[in-house]
Design a protein around this ligand. Structure first.
Ligand code: DX5
Ligand code: ZN
Length: 217
């Protein structure tokens, strides 16, 4: 399948959010990536339901919501009501992950699992068949604009092998420090969805960067 591009709004200009959403709507981007941080799971707080709802009103593309929060089970229904299409929880935040991903699906969303840089791929062995998306974090979650961790290339290749072995259709997403300098190799290793914040929004022509990321084969 042709890879997807999901701009992370964390790096957008929040004083001009409507304009930024419009840019993504009119670009070749496929999804909006929304980072929810609670100040407990990660050392940062981003935004919550009112902002997600406001984005949903203007967005004409799916909302890919990445929860970097503890106890995500408490908020599954709220994120559905706020407009999430894909809901991803952090592996490290879930004690009963199987229950969590099924609750997300039962609420009518696609379910994803995100792995921190130190979490090994083989821990997914018995859960990959239950999810729609696997997000490999290529920075420690919490902030935009961090440096890509190179060990991610190998993790993605290993995840791709696991999905093939399990006959899983789940998408592989990569998030953190992604840009034109590493996207090609990530696609070569099996990535289906590129998330990029800083590399898109902190440039003079974000739509052009999205086009260049989409154009890679
Ligand atoms: C990091 C977030 C990312 C972040 C990516 O914790 O999950 O989605 O916005 O930003 P860049 O592309 O700037 O690393
Ligand atoms: Zn993210």
């Amino acid at each position: 399948m042709k890879h997807l591009v999901a701009p992370s709004l964390l790096s957008a200009d929040f004083s001009n959010l409507a304009k930024e959403i419009e840019m993504v709507n009119n670009s070749l981007a496929d999804w909006f990536h929304l980072d929810i941080m609670d100040g407990v799971f990660v050392p940062n707080i981003s935004f919550g339901f009112p902002v997600v709802k406001a984005i949903k009103k203007l967005a004409v593309k799916p909302l890919d919501v990445h929860l970097m929060i503890v106890e995500p089970d408490r908020y599954i229904q709220d994120f559905k009501e706020a407009g999430a299409d894909i809901l991803t929880v952090q592996y490290e935040a879930c004690v009963h992950l199987h229950r969590t991903v099924h609750s997300i699906r039962e609420a009518g969303m696609k379910a994803g699992i995100a792995l921190n840089p130190h979490t090994p791929i083989n821990l997914l062995e018995n859960i990959v068949s239950d999810v729609d998306l696997l997000l490999v974090m290529s920075v420690n979650p919490g902030f935009g604009g961090q440096k890509f961790i190179r060990n991610t290339y190998e993790k993605i290749a290993r995840l791709k092998d696991l999905l093939l072995r399990k006959n899983s259709q789940a998408l592989i997403e990569v998030d953190g420090g992604v840009g034109l300098d590493n996207a090609q190799q990530l696609i070569n290793n099996g990535v289906d969805v590129l998330v990029a914040g800083n590399a898109i929004f902190n440039t003079t022509d974000p739509a052009e960067i999205i086009r260049l990321l989409k154009k890679l084969e």
